[in-house]
Design a protein around this ligand. Structure first.
Ligand code: FES
Length: 105
């Protein structure tokens, strides 16, 4: 699916990602600003924070229990639909997904 990351200025980067691919890794590989993935996806750094566009939040789904705790540590503003992108895999039904990357405060 094609996934789009949108920064605080509204500028977008869209990448074709293989189904099953980890969305933190895809963003880091593409050099998306604000996605660092410092812990390599171990739910230990919160540097992979994304906020799915409102139209997508339901399809992306809610954070897991451990993820929810780590979301309290994000640098940007946490939103009700915030996710840690190392916990997200590309799926065909996410074609066109837009992920906002909150600015670190
Ligand atoms: Fe560290 Fe997601 S990469 S919590």
């Amino acid at each position: 699916p094609i996934i789009t990351w949108r920064d605080a200025n509204g500028s977008k980067t869209s990448i074709e990602v293989d189904p099953g691919a980890n969305l933190m890794r895809a963003a880091v590989a593409a050099g998306i600003d604000g996605i660092y993935g410092d812990c390599g996806g171990a739910l230990a750094c919160a540097t992979c924070h994304v906020v799915p566009d409102a139209a997508w939040a339901e399809r992306v789904g809610p954070a897991g229990v451990m993820e929810d705790e780590m979301l309290d540590m994000v640098e940007g503003q946490r939103m009700p639909t915030s996710r840690l992108s190392c916990q997200l895999q590309a799926r065909d039904d996410l074609e066109g997904l837009i992920l906002d990357v909150p600015v670190a405060s």
